[in-house]
Design a protein around this ligand. Sequence first.
Ligand code: ATP
Ligand code: MG
Length: 428
Amino acid sequence: MAISAVKGFRDGLGPAACLSREIEEAAAGVLESYGFSEIRLPILERTELFARAIGETTDIVEKEMYTFEDRDGSLITLRPEGTASVVRALVEHHLDQKDSILRLYYAGPMFRHERPQKGRHRQFYQIGCELFGREDALADAEVLVCVRDILDAVGIPDARILVNSLGDENCRPAYREALRAWAERRQEGLCRNCIGRLGRNPLRILDCKVESCRETTAEAPVLRDHLCDPCGEHFAKVLAFLDGLGVAYTVDPRLVRGLDYYVRTTFEVTAEGLGAQAAVGAGGRYDGLVAQLGGPRMSGIGFAFGVDRLALALEAARPGAEERAGAALAPAIFLVSLGTEAEADALALARRLRALGVRVELDGGRSLKSLMRRADKLGASRVLILGEEEVAARRGTLRDMVGKKDEKLAVDFDLQGPALLDALGVER
Ligand code: ATP
Ligand code: MG
């Protein structure tokens, strides 16, 4: 019997893989223009890293982690997110001693044991970044502008950025108590999960996706009214910077995010066409996390985009995006070698063209008819035929598959560099 992939784990095939890569490259290009450099992180970490960084009472740690016992008995986890690993690497390699400001980005698969559905998989891809060592509102604004620039570069400018401030250790405790006291009087409207959360982490009730909880908490006190002066000023400054640039955002006073480590500015990006899984990205400030993981007192702010959801959003915004990305797979030249005499020349020519950056599909060993059929199927724009006669004359037969199908051109295939490309009519 054939073996299938594990539930929730998917193969990225052809056009879908192309689209994911285009999105990752667009996002990485923007991040690099902001001075972020890539960090390649391990996929496995010690389980305690996530328990400590993300928080014991979060969905991720409570029920979504892929945790295994390693052969030596230690507990390891497939990373569910990137920030904890970046901070672990910062602390482990004393990166703060090399520079007081760090800008790092990462990309790759993350793993969460969730119920698979549209836009929700057990292995999914993120691209994200972290900026360490800056506490000022300018840094928050810059990060949010970067989010907007990535959305523009990817091609979903209509995505919404929701922002909120979570306050800090000075003002959040009082709000947490106010919210808990309020929620204790409204328990009949809350799900069991939320009632359980009240004792340990009441803020999470604002994040619950159960409809009755959402309705109940619509009237809950909001953090914004409880911010201390420094937090309030910080938030106002961030928003003023965005207003100044005309970067669109919506303040969402209920946005709390699932992870415990956030303080002050927090945000989520939502897009149309994704159903219940509307969040394409999220992030925020986490000033205590580095110290919490044994490092220096160093503030941080960052975000992660879900690449799979960006792809869905892009397809919804611009139907055919995946197909268009897949079109890049079509060879510019379909090189046909007819008969054994032409094989060596065809192999050498294909290599020279590829070195010039041309996408070449080399094929042969069959009838011209079946080779032409395949060229058509691949969507090749040009076919270059090398057979016995062509090799003798050092002239290949070129067929333009897009326009004049019947017109054949004799092309000197010993030409070099740009002259060869021009003769073949391939764009440089
Ligand atoms: P959600 O509320 O949808 O569960 P989240 O708050 O758990 O999202 P984060 O931990 O903030 O998500 O991760 C950042 C982004 O990664 C999300 O906005 C989303 O685009 C993507 N993401 C998270 N979980 C998944 C998943 N299981 N499958 C696909 N993408 C995901
Ligand atoms: Mg989640």
